[in-house]
Design a binder for this molecule. Structure first.
Ligand code: MP5
Length: 201
């Protein structure tokens, strides 16, 4: 139950994440256009870096089970990046703009955990994906199908994504909880909140 213990240890931050105005306003369609545009370009940089992180994490995966789970994550990034690129093209956005230092820090932090070894790096991956799943799943059933950003919400709240997050939890559950894992999990939670605060305080 290592994964559950990590999430339960973050209950107030988790509540803040699920009630973040960025999430609520993306869901109800009241998010200002420039706010979404800003998030889109920031998150595109994040996901591109994340792709490198997943590849490096796969290289230190301890067995086939772990490699297979991560391969699913890598594959999901292909349609995900296409979703970003299509939205950016439609909105006339330049995806090559310089990201915020917070984003550079977050993306670099994820990569740096690979050097800390598998238990910390898989815990950090679980934190990233669990945060996104829980946040977007919390508005999934109240978001209208023709809401402007429904495709993005569906991307991180689908049954397929839920299953992937469960597989990651199972990999974390194979590990005995350490302080380093707790610290990694906590850092991701703080980075996630700061990322949304940056685009929509
Ligand atoms: C994710 C994301 C989910 N796209 N952006 C942030 C800031 N955190 C988490 O990761 P992925 O790779 O899109 O599933």
């Amino acid at each position: 139950e290592t994964a559950k213990e990590l999430v339960n240890g973050q209950s107030s931050a988790w509540r803040r994440m699920l009630t973040h105005p960025f999430v609520a306003r993306t869901s109800d369609g009241t998010l200002p256009r420039e706010t979404f545009d800003r998030w889109l370009t920031e998150d595109y940089y994040f996901v591109r870096s994340f792709q490198v992180y997943l590849a490096e994490l796969s290289a230190i995966a301890p067995d086939d089970e772990a490699r297979e789970v991560l391969a699913g994550g890598v594959a999901a990034l292909v349609p995900e990046l296409a979703l970003f690129e299509k939205a950016a093209a439609g909105r006339g956005l330049d995806l090559a703009v310089e990201p915020s230092l917070l984003n550079v820090g977050y993306s670099s932090y994820l990569l740096s955990t690979v050097r800390e070894g598998w238990p910390v790096a898989i815990t950090v991956l679980y934190a990233v994906e669990k945060a996104y799943y829980d946040a977007w799943a919390s508005v999934r059933d109240t978001t209208g199908p023709d809401t402007r950003y429904a495709g993005f919400i569906a991307n991180w709240s689908s049954p397929e994504f839920a299953a992937y997050v469960e597989q990651l939890a199972a990999l974390v559950d194979r590990e005995v909880l350490t302080e380093a894992m707790e610290l990694g999990f906590d850092r991701v939670v703080r980075f996630e909140l700061a990322f949304w605060d940056l685009v929509h305080g």
